[in-house]
Ligand binder design. Structure first.
Ligand SMILES: Cc1ncc(COP(=O)(O)O)c(C=O)c1O
Length: 347
């Protein structure tokens, strides 16, 4: 059912990508006078590796995938945009999103003049598979499934993802930005061998603590990634950011320690918040945040703000009436949050 060449835009298939002299040269050169760079060393006077060879090798060994299955983006946000550019015809194609979810899918769709079809999650934040399948038509190119989902924190079962992927001729994008905080259960990378139309998005912005470096990771078949490489800007990841990412990925111990601490703190916050009388529900979360429903959300939000705490008001989203999304902070930050909410209880 899935045929990549039949959904990639014709102009992308026909595109002759930008090619530098360095792309066309393999070997050990002494003198580089091909790219109009400044010859004097500043640490960054040379253009970065456009293929991010070393970084991909490292990511590949950590994720257990071949570098040919990887794409590195300037954050996953860049990858989301490139997926639209690859398969969506502006003015004709449509994409399905499952709100409440990450807002950038719809924004990227609108930037690319692509219709957004919303299939809301059920009131218990589950994917309504039959409604998703009903929303697909001949012009549907992308379906975005966020797991764990932002802002609900819920994990989507692999069987649900596979059920959608096998019934769809376009690409199912599984956004796993928060995958490293999942308590139990494998991710969608395991599904790739059986489902060539799944595109897994991960990022170093969350568990790896590199939001400022903008390193998004796409995992998919080499066929899809070849098209992605064709349409990206040649030097989309700076050499500084490639190096920062490599340095961080070398510190697996530090990574594990921080993720464990965040997960412990998530549990502490979950328990403490659940006991507050101003709180209606603390939803279970497989991410580094909690969605919390308050009795009087506007009052609580203002109280937090007055005490220097910025959280994310999600009360305008479907099924999220009264909800604030709270990111798990450092132990001290979490203690301060609880103190401030305790003060509110007493007001
Ligand atoms: C679900 C989801 N995907 C992607 C991103 C953005 O990731 P990146 O920093 O890699 O662009 C976010 C950021 O909040 C997110 O919540």
């Amino acid at each position: 059912m899935f045929n990549l060449d039949s959904i990639v835009r014709k102009n992308i298939k026909d595109l002759k990508p930008y090619s530098s002299a360095r792309d066309e040269y393999s070997g050990e050169a002494q003198v580089w006078i091909d790219a109009n760079e400044n010859p004097f060393d500043t640490g960054v006077n040379r253009y970065p590796d456009p293929h991010q060879y070393d970084l991909k090798k490292m990511v590949g060994s950590i994720k257990g995938v071949s570098p040919s299955c990887l794409f590195i983006g300037n954050g996953s946000d860049e990858i989301i945009d490139l997926l639209f550019r690859m398969v969506c015809q502006p003015g004709t194609s449509n994409a399905i999103v499952l709100p409440p979810t990450y807002g950038m899918y719809a924004v990227a769709a609108q930037i690319n003049d692509v219709e957004v079809r919303k299939v809301f999650l059920t009131s218990s934040f589950e994917v309504d598979v039959s409604a998703v399948l009903r929303a697909i038509d001949a012009n549907t190119r992308l379906i975005f499934i966020c797991s764990p989902n932002n802002p609900t924190g819920t994990l989507v079962q692999s069987s649900t993802i596979e059920q959608i992927a096998t019934s769809f001729g376009g690409i199912v994008v599984v956004d796993e930005a928060y995958a490293d905080f999942v308590q139990q259960g494998g991710g969608a990378v395991e599904l790739l061998a059986r489902n060539p139309n799944i595109y897994v998005l991960q990022t170093l912005s969350k568990a790896w603590g590199l939001a400022g470096a903008r390193i998004g990771i796409g995992v998919a078949s080499p066929e899809i990634q070849r098209y992605m490489a064709k349409i990206k800007a040649p030097y989309n990841i700076s050499s500084l950011n490639q190096q920062v990412a490599i340095n961080s990925l070398e510190d697996m111990e530090g990574f594990k320690m921080k993720v464990e601490l965040i997960m412990e703190e998530r549990e502490r916050l979950q328990k403490a918040l659940s006991s507050f009388s101003c709180v209606v529900t603390v939803y279970p979360s497989d991410a580094n945040f909690l969605l919390v429903k308050f009795k009087k959300v506007e009052e609580v939000f203002l109280h937090l703000k007055q005490n220097g705490i910025v959280a994310r008001d999600r009360s305008g989203e479907k099924w999220c009436d009264g909800c604030v999304r709270i990111t798990v902070g450092t132990p001290d930050e979490n203690t301060y949050l609880l103190e401030v909410l305790n003060m509110y209880k007493k007001l």
